[in-house]
Design a protein. Sequence first.
Length: 428
Amino acid sequence: MTQPLRIALAGLGTVGGGVIRLLDENGALIARRAGRPIEIVAVSARDRNKDRGVDISRFAWVDDTTALASRDVDVVVELVGGSDGPALTLARSALAAGKGFVTANKAMIAHHGLELAEAAEKAGAALKFEAAVAGGIPVIKGLREGAAANEISRVYGILNGTCNFILSKMEAEGRDFAEVLAEAQALGYAEADPTFDIDGIDAAHKLSILASIAFGTQPAFADVAASGIRHVLAADIAEAAALGYRVRLLGVADHGAGGLFQRVHPHLVPISHPLAHVTGATNAVVAEGNYVGRLLFQGAGAGDGPTASAVVADLIDIARGEFGPAFAMPSSALLAQGAADSGERRGRNYVRFAVADKVGVLAEIAAAMRDAGVSIESLIQRGASGDGSVLVAIVTHEAPERAVAQALERLRGSQSLTGQPLWMHILE
Ligand SMILES: NC(=O)c1ccc[n+]([C@@H]2O[C@H](COP(=O)([O-])OP(=O)(O)OC[C@H]3O[C@@H](n4cnc5c(N)ncnc54)[C@H](O)[C@@H]3O)[C@@H](O)[C@H]2O)c1
Ligand SMILES: N[C@@H](CCO)C(=O)O
Ligand code: NA
């Protein structure tokens, strides 16, 4: 058998531990598939002596994580996390030294992916990050290889396992967001800063990477409009269910003459759509290609095993010598596309208000919608909550987003509203 692929591994947490276990268990099969063994030779993390349930004494220990790039290895695997800091230093130095670089770090790729892709191309080295988007689901491979012949018009999906777990729990048990948050965090899926999950930032990182690969555009994380699920009430989920929908945090991206549109936002998904049936920490991505039609990728988006599966799949590609440009085309060919104006988009909407239970409130909401040219399809009002306010949920007919925003802006100062309205888009 030929020379092993020698690995330096930075980060020995959930994912790093998973990679060691996977290579221990499946190493012989992987060597046959890759044509050579994949061997970890050096490791680094914060704490050398922590019990991780895996034997790391067989690997060389390196105190300074960023020094792994200067070891005699073929590939550096970065499972530390963080968009900057040691992860970025390591990425830059590994690629500058001509070594392959594999990471699960969507924050870093979303912020610095283009720079790193250019560095990889310059060095003729591999840069791979399957684990960064939708964990174990081979969605990057699916788009950059399997669907490479297609013009992709839209890519969207459930990109954050923590949020999908929370929404599923709220749906199944009728509990509110704050009650299930701690359970989700205990699962080990949450980011080091859990607000990244809850506020849609993690999904935005992933969406910007997916959009680049799907559309051949430069990654543009700064242009993703992101909001999360902390304002979704169990009552919204119940109203959505009564109307034939489920609430999902979706990342949605499309592109056209108007520019690149990227948004992470809670949506109402029709019960007939496959994404309505994705529950727990599962992720799912839909891509629409002009020849292949609608593709659906579904599976575990987080967790040690699935994420390690994606990391090691990247290593097998590198061992086989099968890797191309990181974003599916040379970075010089990626288009710099401006952000689309979302005000021009048309769609149906769910808007929920918390209002004082008094005369004229419904008329005030209806008038704001009417004057903005937004037609109401249905309206539900539910009884008083503890603070005396009632919830009014409306579904609009198709309308430009600018008009809905205008109506909400007018209502913003209203004495009748007891809280901020929640606006969710309805997936068509
Ligand atoms: N956990 C998941 O399900 C999952 C899924 C997909 C992607 N990811 C990504 O994988 C990466 C790792 O996630 P994780 O869940 O394994 O994290 P973790 O917190 O479990 O492990 C992080 C590891 O990095 C080490 N580390 C942290 N800061 C360091 C520093 N400054 N210097 C040296 N070592 C340092 C820690 O000691 C630890 O060994 C992140 O980029 C994360 O976004 C995680
Ligand atoms: N925090 C992420 C981990 C996987 O990227 C999630 O919950 O989906
Ligand atoms: Na993936």
